[in-house]
Design a protein around this ligand. Structure first.
Ligand SMILES: [Zn+2]
Ligand SMILES: [Zn+2]
Ligand SMILES: [Zn+2]
Ligand SMILES: [Zn+2]
Ligand SMILES: [Zn+2]
Length: 203
């Protein structure tokens, strides 16, 4: 009985598995080495290896619950649609349009962009999480940076039209081996491997 109680005190729950998460540059919570893994429970705290995760688990356990709550809140905020912006004002830069000038408008979400915002990497994207001014992110050039208008980049499936690269097809090892339905638009096609979704790998 004593042994059982001691075991409960000294052996906390095992740590959750690590997620392979290579977007961005981050440092290990324990040893400050480069950290390609994140705690899969809170998706926040980063580690270089499961060895370091185990070493830091006792400290992280309580913090992990707090991070989880914050992460859930972030996700909920990202899912709620912003209100339709007022017409005649550029949603990207708030500039009022003068006589005879037009703003490009997304019919779905009402986002409007002036000429200079249209070409801007994040102001030029509307509020629709899967499309930009009606054009699906999954079918666009991966070299572009896209966000849902709240600073998050699109991280879903991609299968851009090879014509977008001036007719040159993408190398075949960029694609997953077998065709499947795209998570975003449902088209059955060959989609990019996960590591090629990040627009930065195409720079
Ligand atoms: Zn480490
Ligand atoms: Zn955690
Ligand atoms: Zn603007
Ligand atoms: Zn939109
Ligand atoms: Zn698609």
């Amino acid at each position: 009985m004593v042994i059982f109680t001691l075991a409960a005190i000294f052996m906390p729950d095992p740590p959750p598995p690590l997620d392979d998460d290579r977007c961005g540059y981050a440092f290990c919570e324990v040893c400050t080495a480069e950290a390609p893994y994140a705690c899969s429970a809170c998706k926040t705290t980063r580690y270089c290896s499961s060895r370091c995760q185990n070493a830091g688990w006792r400290n992280h356990q309580r913090e992990c619950k707090i991070h989880q709550k914050l992460h859930e809140m972030d996700v909920r905020i990202a899912m709620t649609r912003p209100k339709r912006p007022p017409e005649g004002i550029c949603t990207g830069c708030n500039a009022q349009v003068g006589e005879g000038r037009r703003l490009a408008m997304c019919r779905e979400c009402g986002y409007q962009a002036c000429g200079s915002c249209e070409s801007h990497h994040s102001r030029g994207t509307c509020y629709c999480p899967n499309a930009n001014f009606g054009k699906r992110y999954c079918q666009m050039e991966p070299r572009w940076y896209h966000s849902n208008g709240r600073g998050r980049s699109y991280a879903g499936d991609r299968h851009p039209d090879p014509d977008a690269l001036g007719g040159r097809p993408y190398p075949s090892d960029v694609y997953e081996p077998a065709p499947r339905a795209c998570d975003s638009c449902g088209t059955v096609t060959r989609v990019f491997k996960k590591e090629y979704r990040d627009p930065w790998v195409w720079h």
